[in-house]
Design a protein around this ligand. Structure first.
Ligand code: ADP
Length: 598
């Protein structure tokens, strides 16, 4: 029942709403018109009434004057003759057509009077006192009174003419003017209602269309009727709406296009706001790490759970490798999003690196096995030769124990051989220790270069090779185990001195490189390295030195040590013109950051 009444009243309420919305303009027009009509009608009525009443008064005054003058001349003789009958006759006859007639003698005494209404004595006296034309108090403002002097100064006759007919005429005219104004107002209001509905209907439709558009209904259009200004307005509105629709469709298309690109990228993309709430997540990101728009970024994916590890919390790029419960390995990188207004958002890319990681792990294992095989072969080769010499020397010494000199030289030979075996095992030990990193310390590369140079200063002097340093004064520090890097440099210097003839020179240089690394270079002007050997020299046990002088492990150990600090070792050489070995290490700051985000 309640529902029925609601349904019943629904159109009424809708109509009332429409009226409230669209009727305002119409009401304003009608009220303004009515006010104008009332003001105009009042002024017109007042002006017409005033004009009419003053002309009617003038006319009555003229009539009274004419009657008074005529009566005065008619009364002159009977008054002079003392003919009271004629006097009374004339006065009474005249008073029948007028309001009153009063005859007074030269002293002002009333001689005769006649009136259409009964007059009191006081009223008669008041009339008798008048000497000029005017209105008469007894009749109020409703009569004019004009006196005329009888010829021969025999007295005055006062004639009063009633203004009532004039007042009635004026009132009737005013009524008619008012009625005409009222009728005009009604016709005007009807006209205005018609006009207002003609004007307000399209305005209302336009307004409704703009309200719908404001609420997000982009299909809203305003009806266009005719070709007047309102129709033009509606057409402009429709054009504008069409343009907005086109723009919206374009931007929607663009959004879908970019979303498709992002969805088809192998990496997932997530955008987080300042509060780490997910604003956007591509389908890959949703699949890979369950990132859902509106939810909070899961700390476990990028950080250790503390908020400072969350994406962009420190305004810097972060990179993490995480394993999902499903066993997938994800590489997650976060960086502040670069926008014009610096929104504080963070862009996170998620890459599934499970296969790559597995492949890298297998390769590493294969490489390690290969290296182990090579090392084993090298060890056999490096130890076998001196061991063979030792056993032969001992055998010879055993065969001729009587020849003391021979025995002594054979023992000397055997000792030399064991010393070489010891050297090989020492180098092997340092090769094995290359992975056994001590905690790094921040140190100036110049100090490392100086210490290594001091180590080999004696050897340089004995070889008659000039050994100098060229160290940049403000070279940044590096984060390394000093012992390991000094060993590397000593190795490079020994090689350089071995390759340089007497009179040659070896220089150790340090400098900061703009790419954020620090370089320590060992340059010599010795024999140089043929291009085909420049890669092989880093292989374990590769040596061109004569048996007993080189193990072929120095450069391979050096490469492993340098790479373990995130650096690299390279060589430049022109055969016959010397070689330059360059050790590049990350600056301490970069190394510390890499350490943190590793
Ligand atoms: P070893 O010094 O025991 O031979 P290394 O690994 O240190 O082993 O060096 C490998 C080889 O690289 C050397 O035998 C030599 O042929 C070459 N090499 C190293 N440094 C230089 C250099 N400065 N000039 C010419 N050749 C060099």
């Amino acid at each position: 029942m309640a529902g029925d009444s609601r349904n019943f009243f629904a159109p009424v309420r809708a109509a009332a709403r429409r009226l409230a919305t669209f009727g305002r303009l119409r009401t304003k027009i009608i009220v303004a018109f009515c006010a104008l009509m009332v003001a105009g009608g009042t002024v017109t009525t007042a002006v017409v009434s005033y004009d009419l009443s003053s002309s009617l008064r003038d006319e009555a005054r003229q009539r009274a004057h004419a009657l008074a003058v005529t009566l005065a001349s008619q009364l002159a003789r009977p008054v002079a003759d003392g003919d009271a009958r004629t006097v009374r006759f004339l006065v009474e006859t005249e008073s029948e057509h007028t309001a009153f007639v009063v005859l007074v003698d030269p002293r002002g005494e009333i001689v005769q009077f006649g009136s259409s209404q009964p007059l009191a004595r006081s009223e008669l006296r008041e009339i008798a006192r008048h000497r000029r034309p005017g209105t008469v108090g007894v009749f109020g403002d409703r009569a004019v009174e004009v006196p005329a002097t009888l010829p021969g100064n025999l007295g005055r006759v006062h004639v009063g003419i009633s203004l009532e007919p004039a007042l009635a005429t004026t009132a009737a005219v005013a009524r008619r003017v008012l009625m005409a104004t009222g009728a005009a107002a009604v016709v005007g209001i009807l006209g205005i209602l018609l006009l207002a509905s003609v004007i307000t209907r399209p305005i209302g439709a336009l307004m409704e269309a703009s309200l719908r558009m404001g609420r997000g209904d982009l299909d809203a259009t305003a009806p266009v009727t005719g070709s007047d200004e309102l129709a033009m307005l509606a057409r402009t509105f429709n054009d504008m709406a069409a343009q907005i629709r086109r723009r919206m469709a374009q931007s929607e298309e663009q959004r879908a296009y970019y979303e498709r690109i992002l969805d088809q990228m192998p990496s997932g993309v997530v955008v987080c706001d300042l509060d780490r709430r997910i604003e956007y997540a591509s389908s890959q990101a949703r699949q890979m790490c369950g990132a859902a728009v509106g939810s909070a970024w899961p700390d476990s994916l990028l950080g250790s759970g503390s908020s400072s590890d969350a994406p962009g919390a420190r305004g810097e790029a972060l990179r993490r490798i995480r394993t999902t419960p499903a066993g997938r390995t994800l590489e997650i990188a976060a960086a502040p999003m670069v926008t014009a207004g610096n929104s504080g958002s963070t862009i996170v890319t998620v890459r599934d690196v499970t296969e790559t990681h597995e492949l890298a792990r297998r390769l590493q294992r294969a490489e390690r096995l290969a290296v182990a095989g090579e090392i084993a072969a090298g060890i056999v080769h490096a130890i076998n030769n001196p061991l063979d010499g030792v056993s032969r020397a001992l055998d010879l010494a055993r065969r001729s124990p009587a020849d003391a000199q021979r025995v002594a030289s054979m023992l000397e030979y055997a000792l030399e051989g064991t010393a070489r075996i010891a050297a090989v095992t020492r180098t092997l030990l340092s090769f094995a220790r290359a992975d056994d990193r001590k905690p790094p310390v921040q140190i100036s590369p110049n100090l490392l270069a100086e210490e290594a140079t001091n180590f080999v200063a004696l050897k340089a002097e004995q070889s008659h090779v000039s050994l100098t340093t060229d160290l940049a004064p403000d070279v940044p520090g590096v984060l390394v185990d000093p012992r390991g890097i000094v060993e590397v440099l000593v190795n490079l210097l020994v090689n350089a001195l071995d390759a340089t003839r007497a009179g040659g020179k070896v220089v150790v240089r340090t400098l900061g490189v703009p790419d954020g690394t620090v370089e320590i270079a060992v340059a010599d002007d010795g024999v140089g390295i043929p291009p085909e050997l420049s890669d092989r020299i880093f292989e374990p046990f590769f040596t061109t030195k004569e048996i007993g002088r080189g193990t072929g492990l120095g450069l391979s150990v050096a490469r492993r040590v340098v790479e373990s600090y995130g650096g690299e070792i390279t060589v430049d050489s022109t055969p016959g013109n010397g070689a330059t070995f360059r050790v590049r290490l990350p600056r301490a700051l970069q190394a510390a950051l890499a350490e943190v985000s590793a």
